[in-house]
Design a protein. Sequence first.
Length: 189
Amino acid sequence: MKFETRKQQIIKTAAKLFKKKGYSAVTMRDLATEMGIKAASLYNHISSKQEILKIIIISLAEEFTIEMNNIRTSEGTSLDKLNKIVTLHIKTASENTYEMAALNNDWMHLEEQRDYYLKLRDVYEENFRNIIKSGIANQELKEENVEVMLFSMLSTLRSLYLWIPKKEDLNIEELKTSLSNVLIHGFNK
């Protein structure tokens, strides 16, 4: 059994509140109330709401960047790599639904870390783009507009945190296969 530290509990609870109300609308008092503790007690574990947001977003962005680099440098075809990217997003969204909401909806509220986050996002997207370009060059993918392909895949993958929780009987393994087939191979017979 894995036990969470109080700081981890605070971060998870904050992520849920950020998804429900939006980062700007959540106060430290709201967070304390949700946890059943006094607001002053929160400051024994964290310094601010901004620190919580930074921990949530930067840790996920760094994880995505590291995993994307591992995928980019892995053996296999571009199609294999695209399948791994889909799997990465499904796994992360299913295990971190609330945190993904903060990453997608609240990143602009980052203060000192915003530029660092945007750099991580740019590197991630550039690696993704290069995998698609490689797939086209190797004739694994149709020659289409790379930006449209990237946008189509990323829009779906980035919104999984909204869709996954609504599917009570969702089989993650089946989703990986099905979503990869749809995003990479399309709807044609």
